[in-house]
Design a protein around this ligand. Structure first.
Ligand code: MCN
Length: 764
C-alpha cells in the first residue's frame, strides 16, 4: 500500500545547511576583481539639484570613479509597474538628475576598491540643493496643484485613481438606523527583511550580463532590469542566491540594481553593492500607507445594509506598486460580508517620502483592517456584541464561485464556521465574563477581546488562460531527481514541499530530490513568488510534471518489459513499474533514465485566483494608567484549503501573525514635516521581536479549492491579514466601556493614553 506523504509534517530539508554552513547570499558571492558601488543619497526631501561635485571624492583613497545622474541620463527611467493605470510621467530616473524628491533618493555613486572607502568618499561629494517645499501629508499632496507639486509637468500629485468619486451614491445610507463614519490610518511600515538589498554584476566578453540579486522571481527581475538598462533580456542572466527574507519588497528590480550593472559595464570590471540597514530603511519600498474613510450603516439589531470606503494612498515620491495597492483593497473591500450595498473609491498621490511598494498582504490587509474596524465601530454604536454583528453579516457557506460587487470571484468559503471555530478555541464567552468582571471591579488593567474575519486573494494574475506556472521534473539514473521551478522561495520552504509533491508521485525519497530556481538561463520562464501563489500554481505544476513524467516512463517501461502500457502498475514504494500479475517483471524509473534523459516540463494554468479565509481572536491587556497594551493571546483559524505540509503552513502563519501584530502594536515609519525620516535605524523603528508577542494558538480548518488538483490555497500572507485588525480591535475593546471607540495604529502607550484622556476615562 502506498502511504501518502502529503499532509505530513516533513521537516524543512533546507535547514541543515542554513543551520550549519549558512546560506550563500548575494553579498557572500566571491567575484574576483569586483569594485564596490556606494550610493550618494539625497539628504533633503525636495530640492532642485544645482550641482553635484564629485571632484574631492575622486581624490579619496581607493576611488576608481564617480558618476552622477548626468552620466546615466541616456538610460530609460524606472517605470511604474502598471503603466496603464499609473502616471508614467512620474517615473524615477536611475540617479536623480535635476530634482530630488525624497531623503535617500540615489543621486550619485562613488566606485571604490573596498566598500568602506566608498562610505568615506561619499561624504566628500558636494551637492548644492535649491530647496523646495516638501509635501509629506497625503491630504496636502492631494490638494496641491500647479508648480509646487512633485512633478510640475504633470501639474498635480495624483498618480492613480480608482473609481469615480463623483459617482458615489448620495442615498447609500438612506434608511439606516445606525450610521458610523470615521477616518482611520493604515500606517506606513518597513518590510525590513534580515538581508538588505544587494547586487553583483559582471559582463562577459560577448556582452552578456550576469546579475546576482536577492529577489522574488529571477525572470521578473530580468525583465525590469533589462528595461532600465535598455538591453535585450536575452543578453541578461539573473541569478538568485539565497534570499534572507523579502516580504514583497524584493519583487522586480530597483534603480540601484540597474546602476550597479551599468557601472560594471562602464568600468569593464565586476561591480557589487550591499546596503546598510540605514539605507534599507530609507531606500527599500515601504508598505501600507493608506488613509481610509469608512462609513457603515444598518439596523439597530446589527444587520449592515451599506458600506463605503474612500482611500487615499501614499505612493511616496515615485509611484511603484504602492500606487496600485488600492485596486486590491477595493477588490477585497467587503471582505467576507454580505453587504447589500458597498462602494469604494481610491486616489493615490505622490509625496516627498520613500516610495511605497508591496508588503506582505499588499492591499488586502488594508481592506481587512478597514472593514473590521468599521464592523466594530458599528457594533459599538448599536451596543451589540462584535461577534454577533459578524455572525449576522457573514456570507453563508458556499462551494460554487461567488462573485462580489467588486468583481472578485471567491472560489469557496465557509466564513461562519471559521468564526465559530476561532471563538470556541478562544473560549470567547469566558473571556467576555472575565472582561465584565474586570470592568465591574474597576481594575487598572483591563481586558480586551478583538475579532477579525477575513477573506483574501492569493495567486492573482490576469494571464490569458488563467494564472500559470511551470515546472520541470527529471529522474536521474542514480535514482535521484531534480525539479526546476518558476517560483522563488525565500523562507517559504519550497524545496521541501516541491520534493514532497514529486516524491508522492514518483516514490523517490524527499532527500534525493533537488529543487532549483532563480537562474534565468536554466529556467527562462517563471512567475516568482508573491501573492502567496507558489503552492497553488508552482506546486500544482510539479504535481503535473511528475504525473506527465510517469506517462512518458510508462511507455518506455512497456517497451522494456515487452508489455502493454495499460498492464503496468507503478509502485511508489519501489519507484518502479511492474507488469500486473507478474511481480518479477519490473523496471525502476532510474533504469529508464539510463538510456535516455527522463524529464518533463509542465505548465499548470489555474482557472483563477483562490480566496483563503479565516478568523482571528486577539486578547490584550491594557493598563489604563500608563496606556501600555500587552498582547496576551492570538487564536486563529487560517483556512488555506488542503494543507500539504502543516509544519510549513504553521510557520507561515506564525511569521504572518507576528508581522501583523507588529503593525497593530509597534511599527510605523515616521517623517517630520520637512520629510526627514525619523525611523531610519532599528533604534527608532520598533521592529517586532518574540518578546512582544505570545505563543500563538492555531486552530485547524481546511476547505479545499477545486481550482487546482492539490486543493490548496495560499497561506503566506494570511496571518498578516487577519491579525492586525484583531489586535487593534482588542486594544480598543479593552477601553470601550470608558468611551474609547478608535485608536490609530500603532497603538503605542502614548496613543492609548491620549485616547483615554480624550474619552475622559482613566490615564490621569
Ligand atoms: N503551504 C502548504 N499548504 C497550503 C498552503 C501553503 O503546505 N495549503 C506551504 C507551501 O508549500 C509553502 C508555504 O506553505 O511551503 C507558503 O506557500 P504559499 O502560500 O503558496 O506562499 P508562497 O510560497 O507563494 O509565499 C509567498 C508569501 C508572500 S506573498 C510573502 S510577502 C511572504 C511569505 O510568503 N514573505 C516571506 N512568507 C514569507 N516567509 C519568509 N520566511 N520570508 C518572507 O519574505
Amino acid at each position: 500500500m502506498n502511504v501518502s506523504i502529503l499532509g505530513t509534517r516533513v521537516i524543512r530539508t533546507e535547514d541543515p545547511r542554513f543551520l550549519t554552513t549558512g546560506g550563500v547570499y548575494t553579498d557572500d558571492m566571491r567575484l574576483p576583481g569586483a569594485c564596490h558601488v556606494y550610493f550618494v543619497r539625497s539628504a533633503v526631501a525636495h530640492a532642485r539639484i544645482r550641482s553635484v561635485d564629485v571632484s574631492a571624492a575622486l581624490e579619496a583613497p581607493g576611488v576608481i570613479a564617480a558618476f552622477t545622474g548626468a552620466d546615466l541620463a541616456g538610460l530609460p527611467l524606472a517605470p511604474p509597474p502598471m503603466p496603464g493605470m499609473i502616471n508614467v510621467k512620474m517615473s524615477q530616473p536611475l540617479l536623480a538628475t535635476d530634482t530630488v524628491r525624497y531623503v535617500g533618493e540615489p543621486l550619485a555613486v562613488v566606485v571604490t576598491e573596498s566598500r568602506y572607502q566608498g562610505e568615506d568618499a561619499a561624504d566628500l561629494v558636494d551637492v548644492d540643493y535649491d530647496m523646495l517645499p516638501a509635501v509629506v501629508d497625503m491630504t496636502e499632496a492631494l490638494e496641491k496643484a500647479g508648480p509646487t507639486v512633485l512633478f510640475p509637468d504633470v501639474g498635480h500629485n495624483v498618480s492613480a485613481s480608482f473609481g469615480d468619486r463623483s459617482a458615489l451614491a448620495a442615498d447609500l445610507f438612506d434608511g439606516c438606523e445606525v450610521v458610523v463614519s470615521r477616518t482611520i490610518v493604515n500606517q506606513r511600515v518597513a518590510p525590513a527583511p534580515m538581508e538588505t538589498r544587494a547586487a553583483a554584476a559582471s559582463w562577459d566578453e560577448d556582452g552578456k550580463l550576469t546579475a546576482w540579486i536577492p529577489n522574488q522571481g529571477a525572470q521578473g527581475t530580468r525583465g525590469a532590469l533589462a528595461g532600465m538598462l535598455g538591453i535585450d533580456p536575452a543578453t541578461l542572466r539573473v541569478v538568485t542566491p539565497d534570499v534572507g527574507g523579502a516580504f514583497g519588497a524584493k519583487f522586480g528590480a530597483d534603480p540601484e540594481h540597474a546602476v550597479v550593472c551599468w557601472v560594471a559595464r562602464q568600468l569593464g570590471r565586476p561591480a557589487r553593492w550591499a546596503e546598510s540597514r540605514n539605507e534599507n530603511l530609507l531606500g527599500m519600498a515601504h508598505g501600507r500607507a493608506q488613509r481610509q474613510t469608512v462609513t457603515i450603516g444598518g439596523s439597530r439589531d446589527g444587520k449592515v445594509s451599506a458600506y463605503r470606503i474612500e482611500i487615499l494612498q501614499d505612493s511616496g515620491a515615485y509611484p511603484k506598486f504602492g500606487s496600485f495597492l488600492p485596486a486590491l483593497t477595493i477588490l477585497m473591500a467587503p471582505g467576507p460580508y454580505a453587504f447589500p450595498r458597498a462602494e469604494a473609491v481610491a486616489t493615490s498621490v505622490v509625496t516627498n517620502t520613500t516610495p511605497v511598494g508591496a508588503y506582505r498582504g499588499a492591499g488586502r490587509p488594508e481592506a481587512t483592517a478597514a472593514v473590521e474596524r468599521a464592523i466594530d465601530l458599528f457594533a459599538a454604536e448599536a451596543g451589540l456584541d462584535p461577534a454577533e454583528v459578524r455572525r449576522k453579516n457573514l456570507l453563508p457557506a458556499f462551494s460554487e464561485p461567488h462573485t462580489t460587487a467588486f468583481g472578485a470571484v471567491y472560489d469557496s468559503g465557509d466564513y461562519v464556521t471559521a468564526l465559530e471555530v476561532a471563538l470556541a478555541a478562544a473560549g470567547y464567552d469566558d473571556l467576555r465574563r472575565e472582561q465584565a468582571k474586570r470592568r465591574a471591579d474597576g481594575d487598572v488593567v483591563q481586558l480586551g477581546i478583538g475579532l477579525s474575519c477575513y477573506v483574501e486573494i492569493t495567486g492573482p494574475g490576469a494571464e490569458e488562460g488563467g494564472p500559470r506556472e511551470n515546472a520541470t521534473v527529471e529522474v536521474h539514473p542514480d535514482g535521484s531527481a531534480t525539479i526546476l521551478t518558476g517560483t522563488s522561495p525565500h523562507g517559504q520552504g519550497h524545496v521541501t514541499v516541491w520534493a514532497m509533491l514529486a516524491s508522492e508521485e514518483l516514490g523517490i525519497p524527499v532527500d534525493k530530490i533537488d529543487v532549483k530556481w532563480g537562474d534565468t538561463d536554466l529556467i527562462p520562464v517563471g512567475g516568482g513568488t508573491g501573492g502567496s501563489r507558489s503552492l497553488q500554481q508552482g506546486g500544482a505544476a510539479v504535481r503535473q510534471a511528475s504525473r506527465d513524467l510517469l506517462d512518458v516512463a510508462r511507455e518506455r517501461a512497456a517497451s522494456e518489459l515487452e508489455a502493454n502500457p495499460g498492464d503496468l502498475v507503478f509502485y511508489t514504494g519501489s519507484s518502479s513499474f511492474t507488469v500486473a500479475g507478474d511481480p518479477d517483471a519490473a523496471v525502476p524509473l532510474a533504469r529508464l533514465a539510463e538510456r535516455e534523459r527522463l524529464f518533463v516540463r509542465a505548465v499548470f494554468a489555474a482557472p483563477g485566483p483562490t480566496f483563503p479565509f479565516g478568523a482571528h481572536v486577539a486578547v490584550a491587556e491594557v493598563d489604563t494608567e500608563t496606556g501600555k497594551a500587552v498582547l496576551r493571546r492570538v487564536v486563529t483559524v487560517d483556512d488555506a484549503g488542503t494543507v500539504i505540509n502543516p509544519l510549513l503552513a504553521e510557520g507561515q502563519r506564525h511569521g504572518g501573525i507576528a508581522q501583523g501584530a507588529a503593525q497593530a502594536l509597534l511599527e510605523e515609519v515616521v517623517f517630520d514635516a520637512d520629510g526627514n525620516p525619523l525611523t531610519a535605524s532599528f533604534a527608532d523603528y520598533p521592529f517586532v521581536s518574540a518578546a512582544e508577542v505570545p505563543s500563538f494558538e492555531l486552530a485547524d480548518m481546511e476547505t479545499p479549492t477545486t481550482y487546482n488538483p492539490l486543493g490548496a490555497k495560499g497561506i503566506g500572507e494570511a496571518g498578516t491579514i487577519g491579525s492586525t485588525p484583531a489586535v487593534q480591535n482588542a486594544i480598543v475593546d479593552a477601553l470601550a466601556h470608558l468611551g474609547v471607540r478608535h485608536i490609530d495604529m500603532p497603538t503605542t502607550p502614548q496613543r492609548v493614553w491620549e485616547a483615554l484622556r480624550a474619552a475622559g476615562g482613566s490615564a490621569g
